[in-house]
Write a protein that binds this ligand. Structure first.
Ligand SMILES: C[S@@+](CC[C@H](N)C(=O)[O-])C[C@H]1O[C@@H](n2cnc3c(N)ncnc32)[C@H](O)[C@@H]1O
Length: 476
């Protein structure tokens, strides 16, 4: 009788007890929802980054969301699920109206909506309703009728810039920021709009079975032809282009801060080793590696307009590394053979590249890298993994060193449901924008073996078994 409810209750109670124990052990309080996020959220010693707490959070979130789905009348769950587009739209609107920046100085007392709109020129009644909708979803607080304040979640929409600076240079809103707001803005704008066309794309005979990145929902949403990369690089889309560059560094905020350092034995690379970041974007990951290994030779490769931006970015972010001259920026199309490099590559690195392409295209990229590899070149891939939502999983993958299944206790979904939803959300973004996908570990085994590589290990991201692990391969 009600066994599942009892099991869910026990998981939730157990996870809260584990979190309280960790807080006691560390002498720290757990962050409160109604105050802005502490910088510790992004530091190794933040309580939420403690390994016991990380594990408890995963189970607690999985159980709490399954409890909601079990308890709530199903018609209501279906309705409130189908209306989640409002959440995305309202987050996008709050960001575009710079509400988090406006509320920063107001502190916990908050600011009346009539004063907020004096600073951003929007409609008080409409913006008030948007903020109330968000506050009802725990994003912003309504501290008195029509008075709003930042809370832990909304404070992360704050770029840290003053409102007058944003208004005088709106295109550069995300330049020189930590990129998290840019990532959220990109998701709640480009990605939300393309998702709106998913059912049309699925049923249009021209696009229904296409694997072509030129035939996706984003072309329907923004009415253009060509790839989204070409679209972003059009002069009229400069804001989107610059936001996308910043967003790629912001996405790294979704993993614990020490994940870069623990993802590979960077100290095993010899001095001067050639590290090639394929499809580097601005090269945010390489920049983190360069901070601990400034003695390597870094090669960043991406589309030429991106490389122009990357060069400037490194000059600002890492002037000493840039000045030392061991960094090269090469405009390159990864569907062509590798360009001439200063020496044979020791590492080919790709973060969130393969998920941008369906298998046919991904194998072409990997084959070009294989042709340019030496026998001991390492291929390091960071990409999100997905698993089946049932308990049976891909058995061929189970002997990959370091690969772990979720091991979810009953009655949780085998993939931990909502606790893993970020990976599945990204899978939908890839479908809508590029006809591409996140892959299971079996999917990576297939890609790598089809292109002359052998998968040798998976290093899970300490915060999440599926989000951004390091997948390591060598020439087969
Ligand atoms: C999802 S972003 C990842 C950027 C970077 N690796 C990171 O993690 O921040 C994908 C990158 O692939 C680049 N790209 C797309 N098509 C490309 C091509 N044909 N050749 C080289 N780079 C390409 C894009 O310009 C973009 O910078």
């Amino acid at each position: 009788m009600a066994v599942e409810l009892t099991q869910l209750r026990d998981i939730i109670v157990g996870t809260i007890d584990a979190i309280l124990d960790a807080c006691k052990r560390e002498g720290k309080d757990f962050p409160k929802l109604d105050v802005p996020a502490e910088p510790a959220e992004f530091l190794p010693d933040g309580i939420r980054n403690d390994s016991q707490v990380l594990d408890a959070i995963t189970l607690g979130v999985a159980a709490a969301s399954q409890l909601i789905a079990t308890l709530q009348p199903p018609a209501m769950t279906l309705y409130t699920s189908a209306t989640r587009f409002n959440l995305s739209a309202c987050i996008g609107a709050a960001e575009r109206c710079h509400v988090a920046e406006i509320l920063r100085d107001a502190g916990p007392k908050g600011m009346h909506i009539r004063d907020i709109v004096k600073l951003n020129g929007t409609d008080a009644v409409k913006l008030g309703r948007i903020l109330r909708y968000l506050a009802t979803n725990h994003i912003f607080s309504e501290v008195e009728p029509d008075v709003f304040a930042n809370n832990m979640i909304s404070s992360l929409l704050d770029t840290g810039k003053v409102i007058s600076a944003i208004q005088s240079d709106p295109v550069g809103k995300f330049d020189n920021t930590n990129g998290l707001t840019a990532w959220i803005s990109f998701i709640a704008d480009d990605c939300m709009k393309s998702a709106a066309y998913l059912s049309d794309t699925m049923t249009d005979p021209k696009t229904a079975h296409s694997q072509d990145p030129n035939e996706t929902s984003i072309q329907k949403a923004f009415r253009f032809e060509g790839t989204r990369w070409e679209f972003l690089e059009r002069p009229e889309n400069l804001f989107m282009f610059r936001r996308y560059g910043a967003a790629m560094s912001g996405a790294a905020k979704l993993q614990p801060p020490w994940a870069v350092l623990t993802s590979y034995e960077w100290n095993t690379l010899p001095k001067g080793a050639v590290f090639v970041d394929v499809g580097s974007g601005l090269g945010n990951f390489s920049l983190e590696v360069a901070k601990i290994r400034p003695d390597l030779t870094y090669i960043l490769e991406d589309r030429p307009p991106v490389m122009e931006k990357a060069k400037k970015y490194w000059e600002e972010q890492a002037p000493s590394i840039s000045a030392a001259g061991n960094i090269h920026f090469i405009g390159h199309d990864f569907f062509n053979p590798q360009p001439q490099l200063p020496a044979m590559p020791d590492v080919f690195f790709m973060r969130t590249i393969l998920h941008d392409w369906s298998d046919e295209f991904a194998v072409r990229i990997l084959t070009n890298l294989r042709h340019a590899a030496k026998p001991d070149t390492k291929l390091l891939i960071i990409d999100t993994l997905v698993e089946y939502a049932c308990s049976a999983q891909d058995s061929s993958a189970l002997d990959v060193p370091g690969y772990e299944l979720q091991n979810a206790p009953k009655p949780l979904l085998a993939n931990l449901g909502f606790a893993s939803i970020a990976s599945y959300d990204l899978d939908m973004v890839m479908l809508n924008n590029l006809n591409a996908r996140e892959r299971t570990i079996g999917g990576f085994l297939h890609l790598l073996s089809s292109s002359g590589w052998r998968l040798v290990a998976v290093r899970k991201n300490p915060g999440n078994k599926m989000w951004w692990p390091m997948i390591i391969a060598v020439p087969a």
